[in-house]
Design a protein around this ligand. Structure first.
Ligand code: RFL
Ligand code: PHB
Length: 397
């Protein structure tokens, strides 16, 4: 591979990572007339194919519409007004969150959001895939320098701002000098095995099933594609169970073994460790951390993608304030505002994780506590409304 240097480039905003956060930020900046360069390590096909989250809060849907990428979501997304709990005694209870707090959620795959953002990307925008060795070489109070290998050539990109949208394992967060950033981390003693199945969902609404065998979730991506999760011990490998074993365990937890879970080929599996992490602050000099680069939540409450979208929108507004009006208050306030929302998401995600997962070493006392919590959620409108506001994201606006 040649390493001849390419001519240095300049851009107002260098965005590292083309996940939902990076692509949305680039799109919103474009709509404000602000140029950017996006550097993505993986291929375009890989980025568009990655199956991950699928529950979009109302605020996320509004942001995508504002960004001009909501048309297919409005056509194909499934709007939900409630979900079902299935409790260890086999009883089912509806959580009518829209009736309680006035907000809905939409089921629409993260990779569909990514595809829509890619399709909206115009030719004059600089979006590079397969970029190697991305490194933030300089972070000054008034600008930054990013180095990478682009089309086999060493390239330097000088910029006013770097947006670190490169996820939990990216290079942006480690570029902050030691002592300037604190990472807060919590590992939950469980993992989720997620499968995508070519089968209609068991019910049109999500089912959160808490059973003595463990937790299971029935979700969907379309009327013919189910997304299902099983809680599994943290050390279990992704291939530990056969497809038939996964189906049987899902059926036991979701239907009590009635054999009514629709079956179809399992198209994909993923093992998701249940982890919580927050980096504070989310800014160092001209570097701003966005989405999973700054914080991750366990998937229990489906907040990861929604928090990433909220960060991208906040940073786009702050950069617009800077470039269009010469105002720096929004940029200066970015970290505090984003962190307030991130901690709200963390608190609800941790509480939902604790509510959904009986641990193997759990005592009878702990089980009774969970029972009491469910009883309050199911009998008190005030309690259920507070839950609904958190679940739909209304509480974090
Ligand atoms: P992403 O989506 O991780 O995108 C980061 C992008 O940066 C690229 N990158 C680099 N590019 C250049 N140079 C480098 N050195 C780079 N390092 C990384 C990556 O290739 C990638 O394209 O972060 P973003 O944009 O902040 O979006 C966040 C969401 O993706 C995330 O919060 C959710 O998907 C979390 N999550 C889930 N959330 C849910 O609400 N429900 C789910 O079911 C759910 N399933 C999941 C998930 C996350 C997963 N991962 C990351 C372990 C399933 C999985 C497997
Ligand atoms: C999903 O469809 O991937 C999903 C839905 C709801 C959750 C978690 C994941 O709480």
């Amino acid at each position: 591979m040649s390493t001849a240097a390419a001519a240095p480039r300049r851009t107002p905003v260098c965005i590292i990572g083309a996940g939902p956060a990076g692509l949305l930020l680039a799109r919103l900046l474009r709509l404000s007339g602000i140029e950017s360069v996006v550097l993505e390590r993986r291929s375009r096909e890989h980025v568009a194919r990655r199956v991950r989250a699928g529950l979009l809060e109302q605020g996320t849907v509004q942001t995508l519409r504002t960004a001009g990428v909501g048309a297919r979501l409005d056509r194909e997304g499934l709007e939900h007004h409630g979900f079902r709990w299935r409790l260890p005694d086999g009883s089912a209870h509806r959580m009518p969150f829209a009736e309680l707090c006035g907000a809905s959620v939409w089921m629409y795959g993260q990779q569909e959001v990514v595809k829509d953002l890619l399709a909206a990307h115009t030719a004059e925008q600089s979006l590079y895939f397969g970029v190697e060795d991305v490194r933030i070489a300089e972070l000054r109070p008034d600008g930054a320098l990013v180095r990478c290998t682009l089309d086999g050539r060493l390239t330097e990109i000088a910029c006013d701002f770097v947006a670190g949208c490169d996820g939990f394992h990216g290079v942006s967060r480690p570029a902050v000098p030691a002592g300037e950033l604190t990472g807060h981390r919590l590992d939950h003693p469980v993992a989720w095995l997620g499968v995508l199945a070519a089968a209609p969902p068991l019910s049109p609404e999500l089912i959160y099933a808490v059973s003595d065998r463990g937790f299971a979730l029935q979700s969907m991506r379309s009327p013919t594609v189910s997304r299902l999760y099983l809680s599994v011990p943290p050390g279990e490998g992704v291939d530990h169970r056969t497809d038939a074993e996964i189906r049987q365990e899902l059926d036991r937890r979701l239907t009590g073994g009635a054999g009514t879970l629709p079956t179809g080929p399992i198209l994909e599996r993923v093992l998701v460790p249940l982890r919580s992490f927050v980096a504070e602050p989310m800014q160092y000099r001209r570097l701003f951390l966005v989405g999973d680069a700054a914080h991750i939540v366990p998937p229990s409450a489906a907040k990861g993608l929604n928090l990433a979208v909220a960060d991208a929108r906040l940073l786009a507004e702050a950069l617009d304030g800077w470039y269009a009006h010469g105002r720096r208050e929004l940029l200066d306030g970015y970290s505090a505002t984003a962190l307030r929302r991130a901690w709200q998401g963390q608190e609800f995600s941790a509480a939902m994780t604790a509510l959904l997962h009986p641990t193997p070493q759990e005592s009878a006392f702990d089980r009774r506590l969970r029972g009491a919590r469910f009883e309050r959620l199911l009998s008190s409108t005030a309690e259920a409304t507070a839950f609904a506001e958190q679940y739909t994201g209304l509480a974090r606006r």
